[in-house]
Design a protein around this ligand. Structure first.
Ligand code: ATP
Ligand code: MG
Length: 353
């Protein structure tokens, strides 16, 4: 197949990890006979420096028409002045909104060989393989009104947790479809004992569940879910939840894996394209040194093949190669080893099978 992939290397270690992932994609393309055309565009701090805009029009336009977008990271100390009117992160938020990517997928797999790198008890981490599906374009982050008012001598602030049936239905349906290809269990996380939006969430989820009789559905209150993620993470398969609960739970889940550098993510709009990025930031402390862990971005590229291009076999080949490299002791610095970004990437490419 032929595919157009837009690359947004961004700032800090972004360019280093994106070029690592591109090398893996090129190797996979060669092996399976696909042609990937890569086009690079600006986003974040480097875009501010060159155009004054963290999300230049040309970037958004290219991303809208691409088959998929692979992003590194944005931001860094150079652009951290809180008084600045334009900030790198605006580029990323604008891109997510511009592409309408309402579903953020974060798989969390604990590799057996990395269990000792996690702060948690080893027996709790055996066999952890879950995916959090976070609603990304609604909820408290966008609900209206959102304001601050001066009332009777003090400020009152308001945020609104708002969801429509359509918004809930599309994200929950996506979670159920994912569960069909996995261990057939959906844990829907809410706070239905307190929140009206959560009661609607539960109703819609139950309705969607009727279309998937093979999938086991459980409703979990968010406080219980937070506890279970640490005490019994293997009890989860697909976790689906609203924007803010998902924000908190995905960071918590990342701790299970041992290093930020390992985790990929996909943001989907249910139609065309998709945005893929590692969960880590621009890591300015190690930028330019060639020591960043490229695995999170390489696994994001695997997700790109799976979800935007439908290349499941190729995605699995990358994931297996990463597993094998880890099993055979390949480690970057963040995992206690000494391999460079390039050497770790070579190690994955050598094991593509
Ligand atoms: P952001 O605000 O952009 O999310 P952050 O403040 O969460 O960024 P990161 O840039 O993700 O921070 O970095 C947090 C720590 O993890 C840093 O010490 C960084 O060096 C380390 N780190 C992040 N990504 C990687 C990676 N791919 N390889 C090695 N270390 C990493
Ligand atoms: Mg962060």
């Amino acid at each position: 197949m032929k595919a157009n992939i837009v690359l947004l290397p961004g700032d800090g270690i972004g360019p280093e990890v994106v070029s690592a992932a591109v090398r893996v994609l090129e190797a996979i393309g060669q092996r399976f006979g696909h042609t990937f055309k890569f086009t690079e565009h600006l986003i974040g701090g480097c875009a501010i420096d060159q155009t004054g805009n963290p999300l230049p029009e040309a970037t958004l336009e290219a991303c809208r028409t691409a088959d998929a977008v692979l992003l590194g990271a944005v931001g860094g100390p150079k652009w951290d002045d809180p008084r600045a009117s334009v900030r790198p992160e605006q580029g990323l938020l604008g891109l997510r909104r511009g592409l309408g990517v309402f579903a953020n997928l974060r798989p969390v797999r604990v590799h057996p060989a990395l269990i000792e790198a996690s702060p948690l008890k080893p027996d709790r981490l055996q066999g952890v393989d879950l995916i959090v599906v976070r609603e990304l374009t609604g909820g408290l982050y966008f609900g209206q009104p959102k304001k601050r008012e001066w009332v009777n001598g003090q400020y009152h602030a308001v945020d609104t947790l708002e969801y429509s049936e359509t918004e809930i239905e599309r994200i929950v349906d996506l979670a159920f479809r994912l569960a069909c290809q996995r261990r057939k269990k959906v844990s829907s996380v809410d706070k239905a004992n307190v929140l009206e939006s959560s009661r609607l969430w539960r109703e819609v989820t139950n309705r969607v569940a009727q279309r998937y009789p093979d999938i086991l559905l459980e409703h979990v209150l968010v406080d219980t879910a937070a506890m279970r993620l640490i005490s019994a993470p293997h009890s989860f398969d697909v976790v689906v939840t609203e924007n803010m609960f998902g924000d908190i739970l995905t960071d918590e889940a990342a701790v299970l894996v041992g290093s930020m550098g390992m985790l990929p993510s996909a943001s989907l709009n249910g139609k065309h394209g998709g945005l893929y990025e590692p969960i880590h930031g621009s890591a300015p402390d190690i930028a330019g040194q060639g020591i960043a862990n490229p695995i999170g971005t390489i696994l994001s590229a695997a997700m790109l093949l799976r979800y935007s291009l439908g290349l499941e076999q190729e995605a699995r080949a990358i994931e297996r190669a990463v597993d094998r490299a880890i099993e055979e002791g390949c480690r970057t610095r963040d995992l206690g080893g000494s391999l460079s970004t390039t050497a770790m990437t070579d190690a994955v490419i050598e094991r593509l099978g």
